[in-house]
Design a protein around this ligand. Sequence first.
Ligand code: MTE
Length: 365
Amino acid sequence: MRWDKRDDMLVHEWEPFNAEPPPAALADAPLTPVEAFYSRNHGPIPQLEGDRWSLGVTGLVERPLTVSLSDLRRDFAPCTLAVTLQCAGNRRAGMIAVRAIPGEDPWRDGATSTAEWTGVRLADVLAAAGPADAARHVAFEAVDVSPLADPPQRYGGSIPIAKAMAPEVLLAWAMNGRPLPAAHGAPLRVIVPGYIGARSVKWVRRVTVRAEPSDNYFQAVAYRLLPPDTDPDRAGPDAGPSLGPIALNSAILRPADDATLPPGPTTVSGYALAGENRRVVRVDLSADGGRNWRQAALDPRPGSYTWQLWHADLTLAPATDTELVARAWDDTGALQPTSAESLWNPMGYVNNSWPRATIHTSAAT
Ligand code: MTE
């Protein structure tokens, strides 16, 4: 498999490379091995050399900076954090089942993965540059040029300055203790915990402090939540908000939907993830399509900015179909929405409806 991924990745596109792991590969451990971590790209993956790399910090700052990777390692305190990345298009397949979404990949539950990221705090680098009083947003510009943007342009995006100055936002050069692979943004990428994956810009080469959000295509046009009747290509700037913090979501990872199992005891497992500054406090599982519920056990979390793996034991009756449904609650008391119908939007973002899986059981032997 290219880009050192597992052979059984579900590849939505080879160019640009877009692939997710089989769901069960995420269920085994709270940290996702690099070989299984989903990869989401809008253009060709650049292969860059770290020792020739420099990052510019410009815009509304008192002291514009140009720093190499060794400057970052030498001048700023290192930081390692476990963080879950989730693409806004995660679980789009469930929205496509409601109504077609032409031109967008049918991601299942696997556009979500967790790794330990090592780098420096963006806040420390910004503090060295000295943001001006008018600073409201921090924009990131990458190297890769996306032919999908209109007009074609380098990938970019932005986050509010308050988030950029929060201690959890990283400029990262390592993933799970190893140098960042090309497909995940080597030599340097942004990690924005709690925000949609689109804001964790890979191959970042410029950070610009601004009064306004980035006008990059992937901030101003794509990755917005548009009303169902909107044509994404013609939607004006006020048609819908750019997505930032991620929504409460969950998935059933094992057993796989449509699997046939022998009757008897089985364990159902999955993930649940609450966005910015919230945590999952409860996951329920139903084995009868949502009529009756039991609480699943929550596994320990690898960090404050990660998913919560969960599991529940069931006994499967012989020769039946079992309709599994899961639902997660966060610490504000919010519950996931019931179905994808009410959530459908023209780009298929943020399907955080209750995940469902049908399990067939063979006859007793
Ligand atoms: N950064 C650049 N430069 N180019 C991209 O195409 N894709 C974004 C984000 N950063 C992207 C990018 C999206 S939509 C997601 S979900 C995450 O990267 C995925 O990160 P991963 O490929 O490391 O899993």
